[in-house]
Design a protein around this ligand. Structure first.
Ligand SMILES: [Zn+2]
Length: 139
């Protein structure tokens, strides 16, 4: 371990474009897949939303199965209700991880991402009026 401080970040310049929202960030803001903090948060929130949807759907299927196939008596219906609720809870967690993992795996940009107009190599579009003062380009 002679080069302990070498990390994957060394491969990238200081300013990196987030692959998801296409905004440029300091590389410390991005993770290994080049997702910025905001994108990870939004993906997490979206995944948990889909996770709950998946959990509820799973719970409904489970409830239908218990109701139609197992046909519980009134005596044990509470236990089955708890089973369905637990199934929904676990199903939502599983679905959330699946959705989030799927988002990370496909690594596509977010639907709300706007591609920068300056990325076209043929047209160097100069933006009039934006002098973009950069205070930290001088030591
Ligand atoms: Zn981003």
């Amino acid at each position: 371990m002679d080069r302990a401080r070498v990390s994957w970040r060394d491969r990238y310049p200081d300013e990196v474009t987030c692959v998801r929202c296409l905004e440029v960030y300091d590389q410390m803001m991005l993770d290994r897949l080049l997702w910025c903090d905001g994108c990870r948060r939004r993906a997490r929130a979206r995944a948990s939303w889909w996770g709950w949807l998946g959990g509820v759907a799973f719970g409904l299927v489970l409830a239908a199965y218990v109701w139609l196939v197992i046909k519980p008596s009134d005596l044990v219906i509470g236990g089955w209700t708890a089973t369905v609720v637990a199934g929904m809870w676990i199903g939502s967690k599983v679905a959330r991880e699946l959705v989030y993992g799927g988002m990370r795996f496909t690594n596509a940009r977010a639907v709300e991402a706007v591609p920068p107009t300056t990325s076209d190599p043929g047209s160097a579009s100069s933006d009039p009026g934006s002098t973009s003062p950069d205070p930290d380009d001088l030591e």
